[in-house]
Ligand binder design. Structure first.
Ligand code: ZN
Length: 299
């Protein structure tokens, strides 16, 4: 199968692999449908999906495998990435009204761009009864009590970015989490990543936006704790050796090159890692919907 001509066909293909609706989401992007899901390591259906949706040059299926970590793994982690099983059907992206500071970014593809307050987002796409949602490119959106609890962290104004209704241009009570602080590149022995083949979506200048999770391995970021404290840019605002909220250097999401007039439809997005104390707040509010992936820190 090449391309995604319709959502119905996408589900038809997935059902041939034994996947049922409810195990993932079909999400529209500007040029195709994407199927977004995560399965546990060793799930025999992954091989079938991999054959039907070969990772190619186009944005496509976003399946990834994951390890089921136990409480000791999670509780002992200094930095955690997360997946949330509540997805709005829209994206934080320029074509939806998001605005970025491209000052620290790659001039060709926008990797490293920082989301700006007042970024537009369609209010109708936000969940009515939940205080959180995760876009397909893993940008976490928060509101309500969860937002209030996150505001208690020092420097939260550095990573809580207010959204506004992209039609009415009025402030929304929703914020995106997008850290201005960026980790150094992950250790080369990190697992579960593949560089996408070069295509019209990948950047030939910085090589930052070619990262994608691989089908075969759950992803595991590995960092040097000492390098992290030295190389985070800007410096870690809390003064400790691990930031509260931080973006990965690696970006994903098939961002298109910036053409000089900001007519880019999507900016490559990082994964976000949070400290143990921020993770505990997220967990309290997202019972059963939050899956954590600890980073491995070596000295
Ligand atoms: Zn670039």
């Amino acid at each position: 199968m090449s391309g995604f001509p319709s959502e119905a066909l996408l589900w038809s293909e997935l059902s041939r692999c034994g996947v049922t609706r409810g195990e993932g989401k079909c999400l529209p992007s500007l040029r195709s449908w994407s199927w977004f899901s995560t399965m546990f390591e060793g799930d025999p259906r992954v091989h079938c999906i991999e054959k039907r949706f070969p990772s190619g040059a186009e944005c496509g299926s976003l399946i990834s495998t994951r390890i089921e970590y136990d409480d000791a793994d999670i509780g002992g982690a200094s930095l955690l990435c997360f997946l949330v099983s509540v997805h709005p059907r829209e994206e934080i992206a320029p074509y939806m009204g998001a605005k970025f500071d491209y000052g620290p970014a790659c001039p060709a593809c926008g990797s490293g761009g920082v989301l700006l307050p007042g970024s537009g987002f369609p209010a109708r796409a936000l969940p009515a009864k939940r205080s959180y949602a995760l876009t397909s490119s893993t940008v976490l959106l928060v509101t309500g009590n969860l937002l209030q609890n996150l505001r208690q962290f020092p420097n939260s104004d550095q990573w809580l970015v207010q959204l506004e209704d992209n039609k009415k241009r009025q402030p929304l009570p929703w914020y995106a989490i997008w850290s201005k602080t960026t980790l150094p590149p992950a250790f080369t022995r990190s697992k579960g990543f593949a560089l996408q083949p070069e295509s019209r979506f990948t950047c030939s200048v910085c090589d930052r936006n070619r990262w994608t999770t691989s089908f075969e391995q759950p992803f595991e970021y590995i960092y040097s704790r000492t390098e992290m404290s030295k190389l985070c840019r800007p410096a870690i605002p809390t003064g400790g050796d691990v930031p509260d909220v931080v973006s990965t250097w690696e970006r994903h999401g098939c961002g298109s090159p910036i053409d000089g007039s900001e007519k880019v439809w999507r900016v490559p997005t990082p994964y976000t890692f949070v400290s143990q104390r921020v993770y505990q707040v997220l967990k309290k509010h997202m019972k059963g919907k939050l899956h954590a992936i600890p980073a491995t820190l070596v000295e």
